[in-house]
Design a protein. Sequence first.
Length: 164
Amino acid sequence: MQDIKIRRYQENDIDKMTAIWNEVVKEGTAFPQEELLDNKTGKDFFAMQTYCGVAEDNNTGEMYGLYILHPNNVGRCGHICNASYAVAKKKRGLHIGEQLVKDCLIQAKESGFGVLQFNAVVAGNVHARHLYERLGFVQLGTIPKGFRMNDGHYEDICPYYHEL
């Protein structure tokens, strides 16, 4: 495992965060977003989140990944949050995602949320699904053909939740 720290993002991280985020969006296999971020939209997008964490190499300062945390709903459901995780393609398989999710669970609780819910985990994303289940997330069911992949075909999505 790499010598990684997860920390709150800073404004000077926006370029690297945007590049990693856009890499996942372009792949079209995990995030519902289709629009790419630029420096301005990235700055606005990350600033409107409850919390953004970045995974950074302690030795080199290289950014390996990030997550965003925000409310999943409002009012009577405002205690439920949602998060998305992005790991740089060349750094996948190093357990960066696990570190991001673990930190996110801590930050979600510290932010006053009671439940972390994932609305749309693509069924074929087996590595993420195994990670979530290993960390205590519970699958709520399956939504048939809930996600349009980059090539145009549809895959099932699996909502998950974790009480904080």
